[in-house]
Design a binder for this molecule. Structure first.
Ligand code: NAP
Length: 226
């Protein structure tokens, strides 16, 4: 496969770091972002080009977009995200609700909009938004986790809008669920390793065609209901 330029956000640990490792290993040109690159030793060790980006900070997003404006970016992986699972009805912390919307929904949209010039320069024109099955309304049978679920449901809607708005330019924009993965967010009791999750996600992403635009896939290729 021809070498492509990928951007992966939130790449200093967890799923993002594994994405970058795999992509660099197979010879892709990878721009990997971290909120604080000075504290991203494992990421720098991959050989990816490391840039600073806080997706919830408009000035940081603008500076990053400027730095990559002349690149031909083929694939944007909007992986950066935050999650907490502790907000149940009666004890909702609205600061956390606000923060998760700012990061997971608004931050992802802000980054995507800011990177459009670089993505329009690219050939693949693929946007991969890392959401969660917990953002599926159909699949919600247990309630709770208001902030995380709602912020990821908002991201799912943002993806559908991007698919409609950019599809006519040849873009494909999808949301993916990585599974429940052993990371700082997923915790030690999660069933999946980052290796298994990212291997599956790359299989999904590598085999997409235009019919995938706007759809919601799990790491194992299953299509998730909205
Ligand atoms: P993680 O280990 O907690 O890593 C999250 C990454 O996002 C870190 O690099 C973190 O950077 C970055 N990040 C957080 N806020 C950011 C911001 N404002 N700007 C830029 N980067 C930011 O989580 P993970 O498990 O790898 O999760 C990756 C993605 O998968 C997330 O979108 C998450 O919602 C989704 N997901 C995970 C699971 C799971 O079971 N793990 C399940 C479903 C979906 P810092 O180190 O600076 O905080």
């Amino acid at each position: 496969m021809k070498k492509q330029t990928w951007i992966v956000t939130g790449a200093n640990r967890g799923i993002g770091l594994e994405f970058v490792r795999r992509l660099v290993e197979r010879g892709e040109d990878v721009i990997a972002t971290a909120r604080d690159p000075r504290r991203a030793d494992e990421l720098r060790a991959t050989g990816a080009r490391v840039q600073a980006l806080d997706i919830a900070d408009p000035a940081s997003v603008a500076a990053f977009a400027k730095a990559v404006a002349d690149e031909r970016v083929d694939v944007l992986v909007n992986n950066a995200g935050q999650g907490v699972n502790s907000d149940s009805l009666g004890s909702i912390d609205f600061e956390i609700v606000r923060r998760l919307f700012e990061v997971n929904a608004m931050g992802t949209l802000r980054v995507t909009e800011a990177l459009l010039p670089a993505l329009r320069n690219g050939e693949r024109k693929l946007i991969v938004n890392v959401t969660s099955r917990m953002g599926s309304i159909d699949d919600n049978t247990s309630g709770g986790a208001y902030a995380y679920r709602a912020s990821k449901a908002a991201l799912n809607m943002i993806n559908k809008c991007l698919a409609n708005d950019l599809g006519r330019e040849g873009f494909t924009s999808i949301v993916v669920h990585p599974g429940w993965v052993r990371t700082d967010m997923g915790g030690g009791g999660a069933p999946l390793s980052v290796e298994t999750s990212v291997e599956g996600l790359l299989q999904v992403v590598d085999h997409l065609d235009a019919r995938a635009n706007g759809r919601f896939f799990a790491f194992d290729g299953e299509e998730i209901p909205w």
